[in-house]
Design a protein around this ligand. Structure first.
Ligand code: NAI
Length: 697
């Protein structure tokens, strides 16, 4: 049973029991409805208490039912709430721990609410591009006042029960009890058992002294903040309806708004990302109950750009770190940078001084492997050279205790080779952090041929602990993210050859929603990195074509921001990218040498060529099993590459456009004499799905 029923004295207790957060799935809704009927039919019962077992009252809709017919099967949430509201016997909700979304809406259909302190109360629907759909926008303003309710609905952020209970005149929480919510609710129910009439939230009024002025102001503010997302402005409309319409009309308005938002690509994208984040932690052949190794002490090799940032993640999570370097100066420099980063956070008020000291207190530094041999996990972040990695891993193999996890932060090297430097390849794994590692959400977890399942499970769980979005990638050149971005960069180069300028390309893709276009990105990361990769490629894949412009740029010493000159010019101490005459001249000269007459390229073509380059490589990656599902690729692009969230990632976006249309466009590009014909050969998986009218999801 997903909700139990028992009678204690004259009170019926309905306890939702659908772990982990008592989601209001079909079976749970049925069980609650049955309980309410049963209590009403039992003459010995005078009142009803509804609560949740375990760690939540209720977290709302059951995400496992998302989009399935079960989600709306009767009794749907709206009907269930009406049933509670219409109950002839008083219904008291006992709120504790988590009261969110449909869970909060359900409680608003009850006659009374008793809450324990510390309960997290929220209507988070806006975060998946929706408005609350079971009366939340109509009932919450009636109990909390218009402004508090709208703030909660539009932000989706939780507010603690004691904070809400302290709002003068609020009617959300009838009683804040010390300790156990259920015990408090039982006592409360006994008190009100005979009281009539039963209070209903729908009978209250949502009022605002200056409604027109307030909603105009709210709408402007929200629109400016929400930019590409329609749902926040719709939250304002719904709360305004709560003030200006009759209750039932407001409910219909909320319903229509909810249904319309449900169909928007933005909401689809947000739901995709929400589910994708959860799905990423599920690995097809690694069961969820796979035992994990304990990771209580971590060692990091290398205190450079990545080593320092990686260390901070663990310190922030309360896990002690020892950093090992070759020279004391390198340690001092690395620790200095970490201190600077923390101090900047303290200055901005984002970190308390004592927390900062606590974190740094967990850090040790050393020049000797002797001091790290007891670590449960070691992450190597030394120079990106196989020879250096070989030395480090051979040493680790000798000194580390048995069972220690040996991770490499390599971004391009073959993890299987690195694992083979040890006699314990099953303990070796890739943890590919992104720069700056203390900020970027993405962690590509690279699964080697021999990586043990428990090592993989441990690192995925650890990823969550240090608040990363961990996504598994198989071993291939560039792993998932960089392998795809290379194709995107190649297209960006071809666009220059054909007539576009760096600023036109950047502007077009930034308008599409990327945080930064490929050329500004190159200047930030350093154009010399790509140069080195292309030199290596020229040996390994001599047939791979690139535009020469990027090499010519590097030959001019224009590495990017660090040399104050790249695709753009930069002024000392500033990051503004200024279009460069020298670069335009270089590109034009190069074009002329190829005999190309430049043509005007539309922004649409630029966006399609860049994005479909990602999609096509993504399809190959899926086909090869490097990624186990399309949503993993999307999570990588959303969290590590600045792909616009409201478009859901490259694969989700391709699904929205329609794979048939994607392939059609690719065929058109293949006819372009300047473009690389082989480039636009649709990946077999993409071609197949498009032909069958299917999608990646
Ligand atoms: P870095 O050059 O800033 O730092 C490397 C550090 O390792 C230096 O402080 C150096 O003294 C130390 N080191 C070198 N050999 C060592 C040894 N044998 N024992 C102990 N320490 C040693 O390099 P960065 O950028 O931090 O990169 C480190 C690794 O992370 C590389 O594998 C790189 O490909 C990878 N990576 C880098 C990213 C970036 O954006 N910088 C992003 C993702 C991965």
């Amino acid at each position: 049973m997903t909700a139990s029923y028992e009678v204690r004295g004259a009170i019926a207790v309905i306890t939702m029991n659908n772990p982990p957060v008592n989601g209001l799935g079909y079976a749970t809704r049925c069980a609650i409805a049955e309980g309410v009927d049963r209590a009403n039919a039992d003459a010995a019962v005078k009142a009803i208490v509804i609560t949740g077992a375990g760690r939540a009252f209720s977290g709302g809709a059951d995400i496992r039912e998302f989009g399935s017919p079960k989600a709306i099967a009767e009794p749907n949430l709206l009907s269930l709430i009406l049933q509670l509201e219409a109950s002839a016997k008083p219904v008291v909700a006992a709120l504790h721990s988590v009261v969110m979304g449909g869970g909060l809406e359900l409680s608003l259909g009850c006659h009374y609410r008793v809450a324990a302190p510390g309960a997290q109360i929220a209507l988070p629907e806006v975060k998946i591009g929706l408005v609350p759909g079971a009366g939340g926008t109509q009932r919450l303003p009636r109990v909390l006042g218009v402004e508090t309710a709208l703030n909660m609905i539009v932000s989706g952020e939780p507010v603690k029960s004691e904070v809400l209970a302290a709002i003068p005149g609020q009617k959300l929480i009838d009683k804040l009890v010390d300790g156990d919510a259920l015990a408090g609710a039982l006592a409360f129910a006994a008190e009100v058992a005979d009281k009539r009439p039963l209070p209903r939230v729908r009978d209250l009024k949502a009022k605002h002294a200056n409604a027109d002025g307030y909603f105009a102001f709210a709408r402007n503010t929200v629109k400016a903040m929400a930019k590409n997302f329609p749902a926040p402005a719709k939250c304002v409309d719904c709360v305004e309806a709560a003030v200006k319409m009759k209750f039932d009309d407001g409910m219909r308005f909320e319903r229509d708004t909810f249904m319309a938002l449900m169909l928007t690509p933005e909401s689809k994208a947000l739901r995709h990302a929400f589910l994708g984040e959860r799905a990423a932690s599920k690995i097809p052949d690694v069961p969820e109950d796979t035992p994990q190794r304990k990771v209580e002490k971590v060692a990091i090799i290398g205190a450079g750009t990545m080593g320092g940032g990686i260390s901070m993640n663990f310190l922030n999570a309360g896990i002690p770190v020892t950093i090992l370097e070759m020279k004391q100066e390198a340690l001092d420099r690395g620790v200095g940078v970490m201190r600077k980063n923390y101090e900047a956070q303290v200055k901005k008020g984002k970190l308390k001084q004592d927390k900062y000291e606590q974190r740094m207190g967990l850090l040790k530094t050393t020049l000797s492997y002797e001091d790290i041999k007891d670590a449960d996990m070691v992450i190597e972040a030394v120079f990106e050279e196989m020879g250096v990695k070989e030395k480090v891993f051979k040493t680790l193999d000798e000194v580390m205790k048995p069972g220690a996890i040996l991770a490499s932060n390599t971004s391009t090297l073959d993890l299987n080779k690195i694992a083979a430097f040890t006699k314990r390849p099953q303990d070796v794994i890739g943890t590919h952090f992104f720069s700056p590692a203390n900020v970027m959400k993405l962690l590509e977890v690279v699964r080697g041929e021999k990586t043990a399942k428990d090592v993989l499970a441990t690192v995925m769980a650890l990823g969550k602990k240090i608040k990363k979005t961990a996504v598994v990638s198989g071993v291939c050149d560039g792993f998932i993210g960089n392998r795809m971005i290379e194709q995107y960069s190649r297209q960006a180069g071809f666009l220059l050859d054909e007539g576009a300028t760096p600023q036109q390309v950047d502007k077009a893709i930034e308008k599409f929603g990327f945080a930064m276009g490929p050329f500004r990105m190159g200047d930030l990361a350093g154009n010399d990195i790509g140069w080195a990769i292309r030199k290596r490629r020229a040996v390994e894949h001599p047939d791979m074509k690139y535009s020469k412009t990027a090499d010519l740029l590097c030959e001019m010493g224009r590495y990017g921001q660090k040399t104050q000159a790249g695709w753009y010019d930069y002024q000392a101490g500033k990051r503004d990218a200024i279009p460069s005459k020298v670069v335009t001249d270089m590109i034009e000269k190069h074009r002329a040498s190829l005999g190309i007459t430049p043509r005007k390229i539309s922004d649409d073509e630029i966006v399609q060529r860049l994005v479909y380059a990602l999609v096509n490589e993504g399809a190959r990656i899926l086909e090869e099993g490097i990624a186990s599902k399309a949503s993993d690729i999307d999570m990588i692009y959303l969290t590590g590459y600045g792909f616009p969230l409201w478009r859901g990632g490259p694969m989700c976006y391709a699904d929205t456009v329609g794979l048939f249309n994607v392939v059609h466009a690719m065929k058109r590009f293949a006819q372009n004499p300047r473009d690389d014909q082989a480039f636009w050969q649709p990946a077999p998986l993409l071609a197949k799905l498009a032909a069958e009218g299917k999608s990646f999801s």
